[in-house]
Design a protein around this ligand. Structure first.
Ligand SMILES: [Zn+2]
Length: 270
């Protein structure tokens, strides 16, 4: 079976990075059933031949008009598809789409007519926002990291930057590798426009990783591996916090002075 990836090593590698991350999500227990979504803006890998390829489905409405997505292409996880399956067969469990000229529809181009995630409108809205801002971020990830989700069941941790400060203080790498911290979005219905808007607002408040109360995270970064790394680093800090609590004490955490020194030394944004 021929694939659009066959003669395009860069595109091939980008899609197989998605597959690698999907495998990690499953192994970590963050992607039960068809849980989680990934979309990656792959426009930089698109060549003239790809532009000439016919669509393999009729144009489908996004449900909104996203003007900054003109001439953009995405890889999207398929609706009802499982991360554990995507890990082994990314082009059977996801598809490559292009946005039509009216910026209100998309069409599937390759390899199979796998319908994209039902979360496509919200993911594309985030990509539209990122492009409008001139951001270099091209990947978005939604997943259900157990310990981070557990923390959102506590009112105190939903307050602005309370969880961020706690997680940063568990191990220096957290602040170094997730330097914008963890934005918090109060509970909203999954898949809704309101959740998408609240997520964009949190990203606009200068967070790369946004917690959805009692649900999961939404992370953006330059590529899918980097988006995963940020979530992984934050969840590791949550595990250290929980390990301390399980040993019967409240962890001391790094001091404000120690965290400031880290920011100054590495030129961190916050
Ligand atoms: Zn979810």
């Amino acid at each position: 079976m021929k694939s659009i990836l066959d003669v395009r090593p860069q595109l091939h590698d980008a899609i197989w990075d998605v597959a690698e991350v999907a495998g990690y999500l499953w192994e970590k227990g963050w992607a039960e059933r068809n849980g989680g979504n990934i979309t990656v803006n792959i426009t930089e890998y698109v060549d003239d031949f790809m532009r000439s390829m016919p669509a393999i489905c009729e144009p489908r409405a996004i449900g909104t008009t996203l003007p900054h997505l003109k001439d953009t292409w995405f890889y999207c996880k398929g609706t009802q598809k499982r991360m554990r399956d995507l890990a082994n067969a990314p082009m059977q469990n996801g598809s490559i789409i292009r946005i039509t000229d009216d910026c209100a529809h998309y069409e599937i181009v390759a390899d199979h007519p796998v319908a994209p995630t039902s979360e496509l409108p919200s993911h594309l809205s985030v990509h539209n926002y990122l492009l409008a801002k001139g951001s270099p971020y091209r990947a978005s990830l939604h997943t259900h990291p157990i310990e981070l989700v557990a923390m959102t069941h506590c009112r105190k941790f939903m307050e602005k930057d309370v969880a961020t400060k706690l997680l940063w203080s568990m191990i220096p790498e957290t602040k170094a590798f997730c330097p914008r911290g963890l934005g918090m979005v109060p509970y909203l219905m999954p898949s809704g426009v309101e959740l998408a808007e609240a997520t964009i607002k949190a990203i606009d408040d200068d967070y790369d990783v946004v917690m959805w109360e009692k649900h999961g995270v939404f992370a953006v970064d330059t590529d899918i591996m980097s988006a995963f790394d940020q979530v992984d680093v934050l969840n590791k800090a949550a595990l250290i916090y929980i390990a301390s609590k399980n040993m019967g004490f409240e962890p001391e955490g790094m001091s404000d002075a120690q965290m400031k020194e880290l920011s100054d030394t590495f030129g961190l944004p916050k």
